[in-house]
Design a binder for this molecule. Structure first.
Ligand SMILES: O=C(O)CCC(=O)C(=O)O
Ligand SMILES: [Fe+2]
Length: 386
């Protein structure tokens, strides 16, 4: 058997070490290094059942092979929440088409946005004051589900996967708190469970995590050293951290570390972990939202499938609130590094707004202008497209 781990230039952390009193400290040291020096890592023995993963992964070919009219009926254009299907090469990064198809899904949640709500209304969910007339709350809402007849068992497999990844992401955040040397549970306020919010006093509503189901078909003009763009160089901006499952053995993911592109191939039984813009902003750059890209598979290769889970954060979270949880001891670990391709100051920091929700709305309108114009109007879209 080929040792898949031997040639990988990124750290691989064994999460089962968290339960071993002897190995626990070494695991935290490894995590500290991965957080502050690389911003990308693999995790193995992560506790998510193999069956939970394979039940969803095995449905991806069926999901993407639905007839074109079935996929079109799930178009993102139907959804003010930017949830649903986008066809091959409909998205662009760095001004170039991304050669992939995708279904965007999320935590299944009802609509909360209400144009007539105002800042003095009581929030039914948390009993605290919250202004649900803010446009960014419209990002939150339910999924568009493929029909059971077309993709049997999809909703069940997706929901089990979502719940398992949510649990893993919360467990991983606790390890990060330990690696930061801050009390375990410091960030729990960002992730209240829907069951506990009735108990009043919650500062935030439960977040909506997002899961993309992605297919990169073989690209006719990819071959030799020439690869087309599967997805262009970017930082993740959809949440706090990303847990990526790479289905099968097709390579393509590359990570920009210390000025070089290094490959992050699939390794059986692992997830790849990286951090979003909000994490970088919260730590004032001490933990990087590392730039990455995906090369389209070569013309003679198989399609590549992947499933990134983007851990959500409350949309009304502000930069100052998020920073107040991070001690100076963490922020001072910031290194001065040269900016790589497409690296820029996060839009979360734009002085025109302070909430994560607005930076998310901007991001979604910019990547799906047609959806933005349809549901948010030309004036709002123009403002965020500038
Ligand atoms: O498909 C992959 O491996 C990564 C996709 C990705 O980086 C993204 O969707 O943000
Ligand atoms: Fe990404």
């Amino acid at each position: 058997m080929v040792d898949q781990e031997a040639h990988v230039g990124l750290p691989i952390l064994d999460l089962s070490d968290a339960n071993d009193p002897v190995k626990h400290t070494a695991l935290l040291d490894q995590l500290h290094d991965a957080l502050f020096n690389i911003g990308f890592l693999y995790i193995k023995n992560h506790g998510v059942a193999e069956e939970t993963i394979s039940n969803l992964a095995s449905l991806l070919p069926v999901l993407f092979e639905q007839p074109p009219e079935a996929k079109a009926s799930l178009s993102k254009l139907n959804s003010p929440h930017f949830l649903g299907y986008s066809g091959y090469a409909e998205e662009t990064t760095l001004g170039e088409k991304d050669l992939r198809e995708q279904f965007d899904l999320a935590t299944e949640l009802p609509v909360v946005w209400s144009p007539s709500a105002n800042s003095t209304s009581q929030d039914r969910e948390s009993k605290s004051k919250r202004d649900f007339s803010k446009l960014y709350w419209r990002l939150r809402g339910p999924n568009q589900w493929p029909s059971e007849g077309n993709v049997p068992g999809f909703r069940k497999a997706y929901t089990e996967y979502h719940d398992a990844l949510q649990e893993l992401s919360y467990r991983f955040v606790h390890l990060i708190e330990e690696a930061f040397g801050i009390p375990v549970g410091t960030f729990d306020a960002f992730f209240p469970s829907p069951k506990s919010v009735d108990a009043a006093g919650h500062k935030y509503v439960p977040p909506q995590h997002r899961i993309k189901l992605v297919k990169y078909p073989p690209s006719p003009s990819s071959g030799g050293d020439e690869h087309d763009q599967g997805v262009g160089a970017h930082k993740d901006s959809s949440g706090w951290l990303t847990l990526l499952y790479q289905v099968g053995q097709e390579e393509g993911l590359e990570v920009h570390v210390n000025g070089e592109w290094i490959s992050a191939p699939p390794i059986d039984g692992t997830f790849v972990v990286n951090f979003g813009n909000a994490f970088e902003v919260a730590t004032e750059g001490a933990v990087k939202a590392t730039v990455h890209r995906v090369k389209a598979p070569m013309s003679i290769s198989n399609a590549r499938y992947s499933i990134p889970f983007f851990q959500g954060l409350p949309l009304d979270l502000t930069v100052s609130e998020i920073r107040s949880c991070i001690p100076e001891s963490v922020r001072k670990l910031r290194r001065s590094v040269k900016l790589g391709p497409s690296e820029s100051v996060s839009t979360f920091l734009d002085p025109r707004w302070d909430s994560l929700g607005e930076s998310q709305l901007r991001k979604w309108i910019r990547s799906h202008e047609d959806v933005g114009r349809k549901w948010y109007g030309d004036d709002v879209s123009k403002f965020y497209l500038e």
